[in-house]
Design a protein around this ligand. Structure first.
Ligand code: NDP
Length: 361
């Protein structure tokens, strides 16, 4: 039986999730999009109607207000909630789901607003409460984390007997830079950094010896970031300015273009994948499992560039995995703890086809 889904957050990712949930009439009988500003939800709902013919409902909500969220969940009759607001809203929204008795999905792990730090401990601490309530919280159902975790689980299930090392493709010390040759895209400077899925994969992938995460940045981007950091514009603590208290990074966000507005002029492709080495049937093996996504094709389909698309599609698939019962189990789970097969099948159907490249081992 299809379910009612409540999506929280009407940003770039929320736009994609709303489109993809509306397209999935098997999993979702009814879709509501709620965010701080209902006008943004209404604009997305109009695009969804135009693209899919389906009407989705909208509402205004402050997701930090647990009581108000519980009331919204109940009035809509939601069965599950997809959180694509900001990582700061993870805990209030998990609380609201527990109070209202519905399932929870997100794409990024909790970050306390006044601490530049993210880790799963805060959300893993909800495990017993979700278990006891017979509810599921699925953490990190974006691309990275998300699909990268599913790629790892798929590799462990089907491609390898033992796994030595993961390198996830996608700080900034030139000594930690490699020029990785990505399929379709070609060589790009890639920097070693910490990313949240390393925490759960190191725990959940059996026999893993080494795991690393790389992300590409252009020299131009890094120069801008260094200058902003040097002058204090990336600070998260409040500073006094002309009698007002302002947080520099929030001020910077207000000046920068809304990411959703970049869609029409973003060109090129993303390539995100996992390079894995290990053994199969006693022989060394090395593979790269990946997806390539084209910004303009994404925009033509759902009016979003590929960054939002590669996050929103897996969030909607994660929702469908719960709605259709394929992944449903009480507790708090990371993606690699669920069977990768039905999710991998949906990726191919929903716009994120994946490929496996055999590399010299
Ligand atoms: P945006 O900033 O574009 O959108 C966030 C939306 O949430 C905005 O509409 C914002 O409202 C709304 N919002 C913020 N605070 C609240 C609140 N208290 N109550 C209700 N709504 C609120 O971000 P993105 O769409 O780019 O990203 C969404 C999420 O996806 C983030 O958590 C991000 O970390 C995650 N992400 C995950 C990736 C992955 O691969 N796993 C990759 C990329 C992103 P307003 O419009 O008023 O500002």
């Amino acid at each position: 039986m299809s379910k009612k889904v409540l999506i929280i957050g009407a940003g770039g990712v929320g736009n994609v999730v709303a489109h993809k949930c509306a397209m999935n009439t098997v999993a979702f009988s009814d879709v509501m999009l709620a965010s701080r500003n209902e006008n943004k939800c209404k604009a997305i709902a109009a695009d969804v109607k135009h693209a899919t013919g389906r009407t989705i409902r909208t509402a205004a909500i402050d997701a930090d207000d647990v009581k108000a969220t519980v009331a919204l969940i109940k009035s809509f009759g939601a069965d599950l909630l997809i959180n694509v607001a900001l990582p700061y809203q993870d805990l209030p929204l998990m609380d609201a789901c527990l109070h209202a008795g519905i399932h929870y999905i997100d794409t990024a792990n909790y970050e306390p607003p006044h601490l530049a730090k993210f880790e799963y401990s805060w959300q893993w601490a909800y495990r017993e409460r979700f278990e006891k309530a017979g509810l599921m919280a699925l953490l990190g159902s974006g691309f990275d984390p998300g699909v990268t975790n599913v790629f790892c689980a798929y590799a462990q299930k089907h491609l390898f007997d033992t796994i030595d090392e993961w390198k996830e493709t996608e700080p900034l010390d030139p000594k930690l830079r490699i020029d990785y040759n990505y399929p379709v895209i070609g060589p790009k400077p890639s920097y070693l950094l910490f990313h949240e899925e390393l925490e759960s994969l190191a725990k959940n992938i059996k026999g893993l010896k080494r795991i690393r995460f790389f992300m590409t940045f252009s020299d131009n981007y890094l120069n801008h970031l260094r200058v902003l950091q040097n002058v204090g514009m990336t600070r998260i603590d409040p500073v006094e300015f002309q009698g007002h208290s302002i947080v520099p990074i929030q001020f910077l966000k207000a000046l920068l273009p809304d990411p959703a507005s970049l869609g029409p002029r973003t060109k090129g492709k993303t390539c995100i994948g996992c390079e894995i080495t290990g053994t199969k049937n006693g022989k060394p093996r090395k593979v790269f499992i990946y997806n390539v996504c084209d910004h303009q094709e994404c925009y033509a389909e759902v009016k979003s560039q590929a960054i939002s698309y590669t996050t929103g599609v897996p969030a909607a698939i994660g929702g469908a995995m719960l709605a259709t019962g394929k992944w449903l189990k009480p507790g708090v789970w990371n993606m690699e703890e669920c069977d990768p097969d039905p999710f991998m099948e949906e990726l191919n159907k929903c716009g994120l086809p994946w490929h496996i490249q055999e590399l010299p081992a």
